[in-house]
Design a protein around this ligand. Structure first.
Ligand SMILES: Nc1ncnc2c1ncn2[C@@H]1O[C@H](COP(=O)(O)OP(=O)(O)O)[C@@H](O)[C@H]1O
Ligand SMILES: [Mg+2]
Length: 286
């Protein structure tokens, strides 16, 4: 695969992102890479976002649980080396066991989990350089004893940095889902994210509009962060729009309690959205 391959979006993006394209090309240096699958899994799906705080980790944890509920064996890899959230979201306080060669993932809610946060203490800041990030990713993808999984959901750090590059170049990725809020500021970065995955030859399964609106006591929809922006962006780039997830305080509360809403209350309206999204993901692969 040529990493500098032209995409149909090059023309669209030319004016806006020229600087970024140049930086990306330079970083990739025209190299080609051998892509290894993550051992022990059939499909690897990255959950990506351009910005932090748009609900990517919340999405990754709930969609993992939704895929489990529709019958798949699922792993959840928290690849956010700088800001791991899986220990908190799944309330995991133990350290993974190791036989000196491989790490055993920690199984919780029937999901096989791995996070840098299991290996370091919660308060320690992650002051890591690029090559260290790359080596941590290699450990998590090649030295974890993932066992007979259908899907690994990878919770990426925000942006278009070393982790995304390492994954896209060295790991066989079967698709990416981009999560965003409908704010203009977030959407600009979403376009950059789309561009990156296109260039790296990673299939974008679709875009999610998270925190799309709030439904008040009066049953009216309030578009807190603006209206329809993620769907418009998907259309602009000929990508699938997978759906909206409204703002619901229960989502945040359950995250904080360490049992995501899909696990805690599968009949909740938000959980039903996640279950239908899981069906959509399934239809992409099976
Ligand atoms: N649909 C939602 N409704 C309400 N709160 C949400 C929703 N999605 C995410 N959140 C909250 O937004 C905050 C950021 O979410 P998080 O998943 O940590 O984002 P990211 O991983 O993108 O940084 C968290 O407090 C989370 O509970
Ligand atoms: Mg996160």
């Amino acid at each position: 695969m040529s990493l500098t391959r032209k995409t149909s979006y090059d023309q669209n993006m030319k004016d806006e992102n020229t600087g970024h394209n140049e930086a990306l090309k330079k970083k990739m240096g025209g190299k080609t890479f051998e892509k290894k699958p993550i051992i022990g899994t059939k499909y690897t799906i990255a959950i990506s976002s351009a910005k932090g705080g748009v609900g990517k980790s919340t999405f990754a944890s709930n969609i993992s649980l939704a895929l489990k509920k529709i019958g798949f064996k699922v792993g959840l890899l928290d690849a956010d080396i700088y800001g791991p959230s899986l220990p908190k979201l799944f309330s995991i306080n133990e350290k993974p066991k190791s036989d000196g060669k491989t790490l055993t993932p920690i199984t919780k809610y029937e999901i096989q989990c791995m996070s840098i946060g299991f290996l370091t203490d919660e308060q320690t800041p992650m002051i890591w350089r690029g090559p260290m990030v790359t080596s941590a990713i290699k450990t998590f993808t090649q030295k974890v004893a993932w066992n007979n999984l259908d899907f690994i959901i990878v919770d990426m750090p925000p942006g278009t940095g070393d982790t995304q590059l390492t994954f896209s170049q060295e790991i066989k990725m079967d698709g990416a889902i981009i999560v965003s809020t409908p704010q203009e500021l977030a959407l600009q970065d979403v376009k950059r994210g789309i561009k990156m995955f296109d260039k790296l030859g990673v299939k974008i399964i679709g875009l999610i509009d998270n925190m799309s609106h709030f439904v008040g006591d009066d049953n009216k929809k309030y578009p807190i962060f603006g209206n329809g922006g993620v769907k418009r962006t998907a259309e602009e780039f000929s990508k699938n729009f997978l759906g909206e997830i409204p703002i619901n305080p229960e989502v945040g509360k359950q995250g904080d309690l360490g049992m995501p809403i899909v696990e805690k209350n599968p009949d909740h309206e938000i959980s039903k959205i996640y279950l239908s999204l899981a069906e959509k993901i399934k239809s992409n692969f099976i």
